[in-house]
Write a protein that binds this ligand. Structure first.
Ligand SMILES: C[S@@+](CC[C@H](N)C(=O)[O-])C[C@H]1O[C@@H](n2cnc3c(N)ncnc32)[C@H](O)[C@@H]1O
Length: 271
Protein backbone atom coordinates (compact mmCIF):
# COMPACT_ATOMS: atom_id res chain seq x y z
CA UNK A 1 0.00 0.00 0.00
CA UNK A 2 1.84 3.04 -1.27
CA UNK A 3 5.36 2.08 -0.17
CA UNK A 4 7.98 2.51 -2.87
CA UNK A 5 9.70 -0.73 -3.86
CA UNK A 6 13.43 -1.39 -4.26
CA UNK A 7 14.71 1.00 -1.64
CA UNK A 8 15.42 1.15 2.11
CA UNK A 9 12.88 3.01 4.24
CA UNK A 10 13.89 4.61 7.52
CA UNK A 11 11.54 3.71 10.36
CA UNK A 12 10.21 1.05 12.66
CA UNK A 13 9.76 -2.31 10.94
CA UNK A 14 6.56 -3.09 12.82
CA UNK A 15 4.93 0.15 11.57
CA UNK A 16 6.27 -0.02 8.02
CA UNK A 17 5.26 -3.62 7.44
CA UNK A 18 1.63 -2.62 8.10
CA UNK A 19 1.77 -0.60 4.92
CA UNK A 20 2.13 -3.79 2.87
CA UNK A 21 -0.87 -5.81 1.76
CA UNK A 22 -1.55 -9.12 3.48
CA UNK A 23 -0.30 -12.16 1.54
CA UNK A 24 1.79 -10.01 -0.83
CA UNK A 25 5.35 -10.90 0.21
CA UNK A 26 7.21 -13.98 -1.05
CA UNK A 27 10.16 -13.96 1.35
CA UNK A 28 11.03 -12.19 4.64
CA UNK A 29 14.61 -12.21 5.92
CA UNK A 30 14.69 -11.20 9.61
CA UNK A 31 18.17 -10.44 10.88
CA UNK A 32 16.93 -8.28 13.72
CA UNK A 33 17.49 -8.21 17.50
CA UNK A 34 19.18 -11.24 19.10
CA UNK A 35 18.72 -9.87 22.61
CA UNK A 36 22.36 -10.41 23.54
CA UNK A 37 24.32 -7.18 22.88
CA UNK A 38 24.46 -3.72 24.46
CA UNK A 39 23.07 -1.99 21.37
CA UNK A 40 19.91 -0.07 22.28
CA UNK A 41 17.95 -1.81 19.51
CA UNK A 42 19.00 -5.19 20.91
CA UNK A 43 17.79 -4.63 24.50
CA UNK A 44 14.77 -6.90 24.40
CA UNK A 45 13.28 -8.16 27.72
CA UNK A 46 12.30 -11.54 26.22
CA UNK A 47 13.63 -12.41 22.77
CA UNK A 48 11.23 -15.36 22.57
CA UNK A 49 8.17 -13.13 23.14
CA UNK A 50 9.60 -10.60 20.68
CA UNK A 51 10.04 -13.31 18.05
CA UNK A 52 6.55 -14.72 18.61
CA UNK A 53 5.06 -11.26 18.09
CA UNK A 54 7.22 -10.82 14.98
CA UNK A 55 6.11 -14.18 13.56
CA UNK A 56 2.46 -13.43 14.30
CA UNK A 57 2.55 -10.04 12.57
CA UNK A 58 4.94 -10.71 9.69
CA UNK A 59 3.47 -14.07 8.66
CA UNK A 60 0.23 -12.29 7.66
CA UNK A 61 2.15 -10.56 4.90
CA UNK A 62 3.51 -13.80 3.39
CA UNK A 63 2.00 -15.49 0.36
CA UNK A 64 1.00 -19.12 0.80
CA UNK A 65 4.22 -21.13 0.77
CA UNK A 66 6.29 -17.99 1.31
CA UNK A 67 9.38 -18.27 3.54
CA UNK A 68 10.52 -16.39 6.64
CA UNK A 69 14.09 -16.72 7.90
CA UNK A 70 14.72 -15.69 11.51
CA UNK A 71 18.28 -15.14 12.80
CA UNK A 72 19.11 -15.58 16.46
CA UNK A 73 20.89 -17.52 19.16
CA UNK A 74 20.23 -21.17 20.04
CA UNK A 75 17.23 -20.39 22.27
CA UNK A 76 15.56 -17.71 20.13
CA UNK A 77 12.30 -19.66 19.62
CA UNK A 78 12.32 -21.84 22.74
CA UNK A 79 8.97 -22.34 24.49
CA UNK A 80 6.93 -20.24 22.08
CA UNK A 81 4.20 -21.68 19.89
CA UNK A 82 4.77 -20.42 16.35
CA UNK A 83 2.85 -23.35 14.84
CA UNK A 84 -0.49 -21.55 14.29
CA UNK A 85 1.36 -19.14 12.00
CA UNK A 86 4.28 -20.91 10.33
CA UNK A 87 5.88 -24.32 9.88
CA UNK A 88 9.50 -24.69 10.98
CA UNK A 89 11.23 -26.62 8.18
CA UNK A 90 14.90 -26.25 9.20
CA UNK A 91 16.96 -24.86 12.02
CA UNK A 92 20.18 -23.89 10.26
CA UNK A 93 23.39 -23.64 12.24
CA UNK A 94 25.68 -20.92 10.90
CA UNK A 95 28.98 -22.16 12.31
CA UNK A 96 31.82 -19.71 12.87
CA UNK A 97 34.87 -21.57 14.18
CA UNK A 98 37.10 -18.50 14.43
CA UNK A 99 35.32 -16.76 17.32
CA UNK A 100 37.83 -15.68 19.93
CA UNK A 101 35.62 -15.18 23.00
CA UNK A 102 36.13 -18.02 25.46
CA UNK A 103 33.31 -19.31 27.66
CA UNK A 104 34.03 -19.47 31.40
CA UNK A 105 30.83 -21.02 32.68
CA UNK A 106 29.73 -22.94 29.61
CA UNK A 107 30.91 -23.87 26.14
CA UNK A 108 31.95 -20.99 23.89
CA UNK A 109 29.13 -20.25 21.49
CA UNK A 110 30.34 -20.88 17.95
CA UNK A 111 27.16 -20.49 15.96
CA UNK A 112 24.06 -18.50 15.15
CA UNK A 113 20.80 -20.16 14.21
CA UNK A 114 18.73 -19.27 11.18
CA UNK A 115 15.21 -20.66 11.54
CA UNK A 116 13.65 -21.44 8.18
CA UNK A 117 9.86 -21.13 8.36
CA UNK A 118 7.29 -21.62 5.64
CA UNK A 119 3.68 -20.44 5.60
CA UNK A 120 1.40 -23.41 5.16
CA UNK A 121 4.06 -26.07 5.32
CA UNK A 122 5.05 -26.57 1.69
CA UNK A 123 7.42 -23.97 0.21
CA UNK A 124 6.26 -22.22 -2.96
CA UNK A 125 9.88 -22.54 -4.10
CA UNK A 126 13.10 -24.12 -2.89
CA UNK A 127 15.65 -23.63 -5.65
CA UNK A 128 18.13 -26.29 -4.67
CA UNK A 129 20.13 -26.09 -7.91
CA UNK A 130 20.89 -22.41 -7.17
CA UNK A 131 22.53 -23.17 -3.83
CA UNK A 132 24.30 -26.51 -4.26
CA UNK A 133 27.78 -26.75 -2.75
CA UNK A 134 30.77 -28.90 -3.79
CA UNK A 135 30.69 -32.53 -2.70
CA UNK A 136 34.19 -32.44 -1.25
CA UNK A 137 34.09 -35.44 1.07
CA UNK A 138 31.73 -37.38 -1.15
CA UNK A 139 33.99 -37.03 -4.16
CA UNK A 140 36.93 -38.41 -2.20
CA UNK A 141 34.85 -41.43 -1.33
CA UNK A 142 33.29 -41.78 -4.72
CA UNK A 143 35.40 -44.62 -6.04
CA UNK A 144 35.13 -46.54 -2.80
CA UNK A 145 31.35 -46.08 -2.80
CA UNK A 146 30.78 -47.21 -6.34
CA UNK A 147 30.24 -50.84 -5.49
CA UNK A 148 28.30 -50.30 -2.27
CA UNK A 149 24.98 -52.16 -2.38
CA UNK A 150 22.14 -49.67 -2.62
CA UNK A 151 18.39 -50.24 -2.32
CA UNK A 152 17.81 -47.49 -4.85
CA UNK A 153 20.26 -48.53 -7.53
CA UNK A 154 20.25 -52.33 -7.32
CA UNK A 155 22.38 -54.71 -5.37
CA UNK A 156 25.73 -53.53 -6.73
CA UNK A 157 24.71 -50.39 -8.63
CA UNK A 158 26.72 -47.20 -8.52
CA UNK A 159 25.85 -44.57 -5.93
CA UNK A 160 24.58 -41.52 -7.82
CA UNK A 161 26.07 -38.06 -7.23
CA UNK A 162 24.76 -34.81 -8.64
CA UNK A 163 27.52 -33.14 -10.64
CA UNK A 164 26.12 -29.70 -9.70
CA UNK A 165 26.96 -30.40 -6.06
CA UNK A 166 24.96 -31.30 -2.97
CA UNK A 167 22.33 -29.71 -0.74
CA UNK A 168 24.21 -27.41 1.70
CA UNK A 169 22.53 -29.15 4.63
CA UNK A 170 21.66 -27.38 7.86
CA UNK A 171 25.13 -26.77 9.29
CA UNK A 172 26.86 -24.05 7.32
CA UNK A 173 30.57 -23.75 8.01
CA UNK A 174 31.51 -22.70 4.50
CA UNK A 175 30.55 -19.03 4.85
CA UNK A 176 32.77 -17.01 7.14
CA UNK A 177 31.73 -14.01 9.22
CA UNK A 178 33.24 -10.75 7.92
CA UNK A 179 36.58 -9.53 9.27
CA UNK A 180 38.30 -6.13 9.28
CA UNK A 181 39.87 -7.16 5.97
CA UNK A 182 36.63 -8.04 4.16
CA UNK A 183 36.19 -5.88 1.07
CA UNK A 184 32.42 -5.69 1.54
CA UNK A 185 32.63 -4.38 5.14
CA UNK A 186 31.16 -0.86 5.18
CA UNK A 187 32.68 0.30 8.50
CA UNK A 188 34.29 -0.99 11.69
CA UNK A 189 31.06 -0.19 13.51
CA UNK A 190 29.20 -2.60 11.25
CA UNK A 191 31.48 -5.53 12.09
CA UNK A 192 30.25 -8.31 14.42
CA UNK A 193 26.79 -7.17 15.47
CA UNK A 194 25.53 -5.57 12.26
CA UNK A 195 26.73 -6.56 8.82
CA UNK A 196 26.25 -10.09 7.46
CA UNK A 197 28.23 -11.58 4.55
CA UNK A 198 26.52 -11.18 1.20
CA UNK A 199 27.09 -14.89 0.46
CA UNK A 200 25.07 -15.88 3.52
CA UNK A 201 22.07 -13.74 2.63
CA UNK A 202 22.44 -14.71 -1.01
CA UNK A 203 21.92 -18.38 -0.17
CA UNK A 204 18.59 -17.57 1.51
CA UNK A 205 17.39 -15.28 -1.26
CA UNK A 206 18.37 -17.67 -4.07
CA UNK A 207 16.81 -20.68 -2.36
CA UNK A 208 13.50 -19.12 -1.40
CA UNK A 209 12.63 -16.65 -4.15
CA UNK A 210 12.74 -16.29 -7.91
CA UNK A 211 13.38 -13.19 -10.06
CA UNK A 212 10.50 -10.72 -9.77
CA UNK A 213 9.44 -12.01 -6.33
CA UNK A 214 8.94 -9.52 -3.49
CA UNK A 215 11.42 -9.82 -0.60
CA UNK A 216 11.20 -7.84 2.67
CA UNK A 217 14.14 -7.22 4.99
CA UNK A 218 12.56 -5.58 8.07
CA UNK A 219 15.94 -5.04 9.82
CA UNK A 220 18.07 -4.02 6.85
CA UNK A 221 21.12 -2.70 8.74
CA UNK A 222 23.61 -1.49 6.14
CA UNK A 223 21.65 -3.02 3.28
CA UNK A 224 23.11 -6.48 2.64
CA UNK A 225 19.80 -8.12 1.73
CA UNK A 226 18.63 -5.21 -0.48
CA UNK A 227 21.95 -5.34 -2.36
CA UNK A 228 21.63 -9.11 -2.88
CA UNK A 229 18.02 -8.69 -4.06
CA UNK A 230 19.05 -5.96 -6.47
CA UNK A 231 21.79 -8.15 -7.96
CA UNK A 232 19.44 -11.05 -8.48
CA UNK A 233 16.41 -9.25 -9.86
CA UNK A 234 14.16 -9.55 -6.81
CA UNK A 235 11.81 -6.70 -5.87
CA UNK A 236 12.37 -5.62 -2.27
CA UNK A 237 11.57 -3.39 0.67
CA UNK A 238 14.24 -2.71 3.28
CA UNK A 239 13.28 -1.22 6.67
CA UNK A 240 15.86 0.18 9.10
CA UNK A 241 15.47 2.45 12.12
CA UNK A 242 19.02 3.89 12.14
CA UNK A 243 19.31 6.73 9.58
CA UNK A 244 23.11 6.37 9.34
CA UNK A 245 22.74 2.70 8.36
CA UNK A 246 20.03 3.62 5.87
CA UNK A 247 22.36 6.00 4.05
CA UNK A 248 25.18 3.41 4.05
CA UNK A 249 22.75 0.88 2.61
CA UNK A 250 21.54 3.29 -0.06
CA UNK A 251 25.15 3.95 -1.08
CA UNK A 252 25.75 0.22 -1.44
CA UNK A 253 22.59 -0.06 -3.51
CA UNK A 254 23.76 2.71 -5.82
CA UNK A 255 27.08 0.89 -6.28
CA UNK A 256 25.22 -2.38 -6.99
CA UNK A 257 23.26 -0.62 -9.71
CA UNK A 258 26.48 0.04 -11.61
CA UNK A 259 28.17 -3.27 -10.72
CA UNK A 260 27.79 -6.87 -11.90
CA UNK A 261 24.16 -7.92 -12.43
CA UNK A 262 23.09 -4.36 -13.27
CA UNK A 263 20.85 -5.56 -16.12
CA UNK A 264 18.66 -7.51 -13.71
CA UNK A 265 18.73 -4.63 -11.27
CA UNK A 266 17.48 -2.17 -13.87
CA UNK A 267 14.56 -4.45 -14.61
CA UNK A 268 13.25 -4.00 -11.11
CA UNK A 269 14.62 -0.70 -9.84
CA UNK A 270 12.07 2.11 -9.80
CA UNK A 271 13.39 5.61 -9.07
C1 LIG B 1 21.77 -7.41 12.89
S1 LIG B 1 21.42 -5.87 12.22
C2 LIG B 1 20.99 -6.28 10.55
C3 LIG B 1 22.18 -6.27 9.64
C4 LIG B 1 21.90 -6.55 8.20
N1 LIG B 1 21.51 -7.93 7.99
C5 LIG B 1 23.14 -6.25 7.40
O1 LIG B 1 23.80 -7.17 6.89
O2 LIG B 1 23.49 -5.07 7.33
C6 LIG B 1 19.86 -5.47 12.91
C7 LIG B 1 19.38 -4.09 12.50
O3 LIG B 1 18.02 -3.97 12.88
C8 LIG B 1 17.77 -2.61 13.18
N2 LIG B 1 16.53 -2.59 13.97
C9 LIG B 1 16.34 -3.11 15.21
N3 LIG B 1 15.05 -2.97 15.58
C10 LIG B 1 14.41 -2.38 14.53
C11 LIG B 1 13.05 -2.01 14.28
N4 LIG B 1 12.07 -2.23 15.19
N5 LIG B 1 12.75 -1.45 13.09
C12 LIG B 1 13.69 -1.23 12.15
N6 LIG B 1 15.00 -1.56 12.33
C13 LIG B 1 15.36 -2.13 13.50
C14 LIG B 1 19.02 -2.16 13.90
O4 LIG B 1 19.22 -0.76 13.83
C15 LIG B 1 20.12 -2.95 13.16
O5 LIG B 1 20.70 -2.16 12.17
Amino acid sequence: MNLRENTIHCGNAFDLINRLDDESVDLIVCDGPYGVTDNDWDKIPSIQEFNLDLIRRFSKKLTNGGALYLFGKHDCIDFIDYRPFLTLRSRIVWYQPSRLAQGRLSYTNNYDTICYFVKGGRPRCYNLDSIRVPQLVELEHRLRCERVPSVLNGQYGKTKFNDLGKNPGDVWGDIKQLTYKSKELVSREALNTIQKPERLIERLVLASSTPGDLVVDPFAGVGTCPVVCARHGRRFHGFESNPAFVSQGLKRLAAARSGPGQELFKLTYVT
